[in-house]
Every structure is written in C-alpha cells, then in structure tokens.
Design a protein around this ligand. Sequence first.
Ligand code: SF4
Length: 299
Amino acid sequence: MYKVSIAGGFTCPTRDGLLGTGGCSFCNPEGSEPKHYKPGMTITQQLELATEYVRERHETDHYLAYFLDYTTTYKDVKSLEKMYREALDFPGIRGLSLCTRPDSISEEALDLLQDLSRETFLWVELGVQSGCDKTLLRMNRGHTVYDSEKAFDRLHSRGIRTAAHVILGFPGESRDEMLSTVELVNNSSTAGVKLQNLHVIKETRLQEQYEKGEFKLIRKSEYAALAADFIERIRPDIVIQRVTGEAPPRMLVAPEWAINKLAVMNRVKRELMYRDTWQGKLLGYQMSDVPSLADQSPN
Ligand code: SF4
C-alpha cells in the first residue's frame, strides 16, 4: 500500500490569526505541497493524477490518501467529512492518513475520526516536533508539550491510531532536551514516529535567523548520532516510519547534506552498526524484540 499525497485547501491556526499569522518558524507550506497539486483541483482530480503516478512506478492498486497541507483536521466537520469521504470513495483508496497539530482536533472532528477509524484504516499524524516547551516556544509552534500529551490521549481513548512527527536538531535544543522528546513519544502509546532533521526552508523566519548567523545547523554526523540516540531509546513496538525527511531542493536553504536522503539514511544505519545498537536497546530490549517489517504491517 502506498501513500498518495493530496491537499484539501486547509490553513492552520498559526497562520489564520487564531494563534498568529507568521506560521511556525521552520515552515513554508509550499515545501510540503503535494507534487500533483494545483490550486482549485478537487480531491478526485488530485487522486487521479497521484494514483496514476504511483501505479506506474510501483505497480500497485492499493493506496492511502494522505492529506498533507497545513492542518488537515482544521475545518468545520461537514467539510472534513465531505473531503475525507470523497477520497475514500476513489478506486483503490484503502484508508486515510491525516497530518495535524495536537491542538487542532475539535470534539466533532474527533467523533468523525472515531467513526472513520471503525470503517477504514486511519492514521492521524500529530506534529509533536519536540518534547521541550522552550523549543516549541522558540519555533512559534503555538502549542505545548501538554497539548501533545492530551491529543494522544484523546485520540487513543477513541481507538484512533496515531504517529508522532519529530524534528531533531532545533537551534538551542540540548541533547537532554531532545531526549525528553523520546520520553514523550514512549509514554504516548503512539503506534509510529517519523523523524527528520531540521531544514532551513526559503521564506521562513528560520531562514532570516540562519542568514544573520543566529544559529548553526548540525552536521550530518551529528544528526546520525542524535537519530541513533533516539532509536536506541524508543520502544520497539513503535514503528519508525521515517529516519530523515526531505524538502524540495528548490526550497532548501540548508543543510545541503539533507538533499541526499539515501546518504543520510545510510549514515544513521552505519552509526547504529558502529554502536552495535538497535531500537529500544537502552530500554533493555533485545534485537529479537524488534518486530520485523511484516509483523508491523497494519493488516
Ligand atoms: S508547521 Fe503546520 S502548523 Fe506550523 S505553520 Fe506550517 S502548516 Fe502551520
């Protein structure tokens, strides 16, 4: 099953004025715009293009519709239901993956997600980003660690599967603060985690700060060490869905090494091998406790 990315014309509370207008310091939403998206396209039109592309590359007819733009639970519940169901009605779509913020799921949206999770495969990805309130404040996230904890509890109490988005390498975040993010993820009972290094993207507040020399980015070797620190502390039942992220090269200011995703993944792998470590080793788990990919498949 492959994810196909689509946009629903969302916004988010740090851009529409509810919590602010400038957005999170590291974010330019153009950087995560789905490949086939053009403003005005319907969900069905996007899925036609996106599934055709994936079908040709991977010879599959099974897809998850991945709502990717801004905060994809942040609309009135009628509009959300219409959009999600339009995606689910498309041939070959077997489920939904939704990206959202911990503070942006209303009670009505939660009811809808609960219904959908009973009908189909549903994965809600929460932009936790950090387990350190000081970092969240510096990055202008507009939510706290407690908001993330609460969001996990609310979703899990309705039986909804979640994953946590985490960024490693925030300016001014110490290794100990970064490790508090592992604790947050471990304690959350989430089913998955996505790691990525911090990117400086064009036309963001972070770009201005970076170009003024207000902080330095970590090197590839430092990222590999942080990712390995994270992996060897994370519970083995939490699926690591991503060990590095990517930004479109035309949008990326730095670090240059992040463009070669495969090289970053190999560097993390080499670090794990060098340390002779594995997922959850520092929590006392053996290599045999880490489920194989087949065991981790959703169905
Ligand atoms: S990271 Fe998410 S919440 Fe923050 S500005 Fe970007 S889209 Fe909005």
